[in-house]
Design a protein around this ligand. Structure first.
Ligand SMILES: O=C(O)CCC(=O)C(=O)O
Ligand SMILES: [Fe+2]
Length: 359
């Protein structure tokens, strides 16, 4: 049964977001236009932008074999970066390519067709945009479609473009593979946080999964807009698939923005807020943002892995030590965390203050 909360008479489960125009359509009709609502207060400058693309990479096949050196590398990547490139994950190139092709095909549909899958205001699934909570907030230069995929009973097929050839098959295959990869990562994080391999699963239940597909159109003035505003993900962790030939993701590292150059056939993995909380701050959910360019549109596919709504999340006992590592976050039911996140615009890590203890 879906639990819903009321707000001014309107019901929603996770969150609401105001309807916005499709930026892809705006650009299609007038490439030069950069409407006011998209012009950021603080434009992107090369200042504070690091010109290097090196983030740690982790070999999945070594992790799966229990290689201690690789587990140690994973620990350092999550602690010092909150981001890494995952290689040798065993997901066939064909599966990745089919997924990217399905996403491109969806966004190439006429807008009237895409609007059949439009999210309602009190929904977070469907085609449109999320995190738009006021009429005067600046908008991101992207369109998205978000679909919950695991567990299968949670799927809302009315938001799935089922008539688009190959879309459902590509999603199902990709979703299964992401679940396999995610379970191994969850088991490794468990061990790193002092539990048995199945420890996190016991604490947070089977991981759920949602897939957010982003489309960033070209922009005549990429210096004025943001593809996606700085934020951290409210997940346990996220697996990101991106175009091979367009750099658009920037991550915060040592107070500077670092562009992440795509590594073909790899997945970019980032620590989400739930892991930061469970690890009592040892692992950080790092701020990231998306930028646009004048030449090429970009797509990305973010697979969010997260605990069940009803699970309480909080720092693991193994990660709290009154002398050296006092508890930094309070416990919270996951759905309450999600509702807090979706009630605000994306603004760095501001939403995480909600669970921080100020001791
Ligand atoms: O497009 C990207 O590289 C980032 C997407 C992202 O951060 C998200 O969907 O949460
Ligand atoms: Fe993100």
């Amino acid at each position: 049964m879906e639990m819903e909360v009321g707000n001014g008479g309107e019901k929603f489960k996770w969150g609401k977001s105001l309807p916005v125009p499709s930026i892809q359509e705006i650009v299609k009709n007038d490439f030069q236009s950069v409407p006011d609502r998209y012009v950021q207060d603080r434009p992107i400058t090369s200042q504070n932008l690091v010109d290097s693309h090196e983030i740690p990479f982790i070999d999945f096949s070594s992790l799966a074999k229990g290689d201690e050196h690789e587990t140690r590398k994973l620990h350092l990547a999550c602690k010092d970066w909150g981001f890494f490139q995952l290689i040798n994950h065993g997901v066939k190139e064909e599966v990745l390519e089919k997924m990217k092709a399905a996403v491109s095909a969806f966004f190439e549909l006429p807008v009237e067709e895409k609007n059949k899958y439009a999210k309602a205001e009190n929904e977070i699934q469907g085609y449109g945009q999320n995190f738009v909570v006021s009429e005067n907030q600046k908008l991101d230069w992207s369109d998205m479609i978000y679909l919950i995929t695991v567990p299968a009973e949670s799927r809302k097929y009315k938001f799935w473009p089922l008539t688009l050839p190959g879309f459902k098959e590509a999603m199902e295959e990709y979703s299964r593979e992401m679940q396999r990869v995610a379970e191994e990562i969850q088991a490794n994080l468990s061990v790193l946080m002092g539990l048995e391999r199945d420890g996190l699963k016991r604490v947070e239940g089977d991981l759920k999964q949602g897939i957010r597909m982003n489309y960033y159109p070209v922009c005549a003035r990429p210096d004025l807009v943001l593809g996606i505003s700085p934020h951290s993900d409210g997940t346990s962790f996220t697996l990101l698939l991106q175009d091979d030939d367009v750099t658009g993701l920037h991550i915060k590292h040592n107070h500077a923005w670092l562009p992440v150059k795509p590594l073909p056939n790899s997945l970019v993995v980032n620590v989400g807020d739930a892991t930061e909380i469970q690890s009592n701050g040892m692992y950080k959910s790092i701020e990231h943002r998306g930028v646009t360019n004048e030449k090429k549109p970009r797509i990305s596919v973010a697979t969010f892995m997260f605990p069940d709504d009803e699970q309480e999340i909080g720092p693991l006992e193994t990660m709290i030590n009154d002398q050296n590592h006092p508890r930094l976050y309070r416990n919270i039911k996951y759905v309450d965390y999600v509702r807090e996140k979706f009630s605000r615009k994306m603004q760095g890590k501001a939403h995480t203050q909600f669970v921080k203890l100020h001791n």
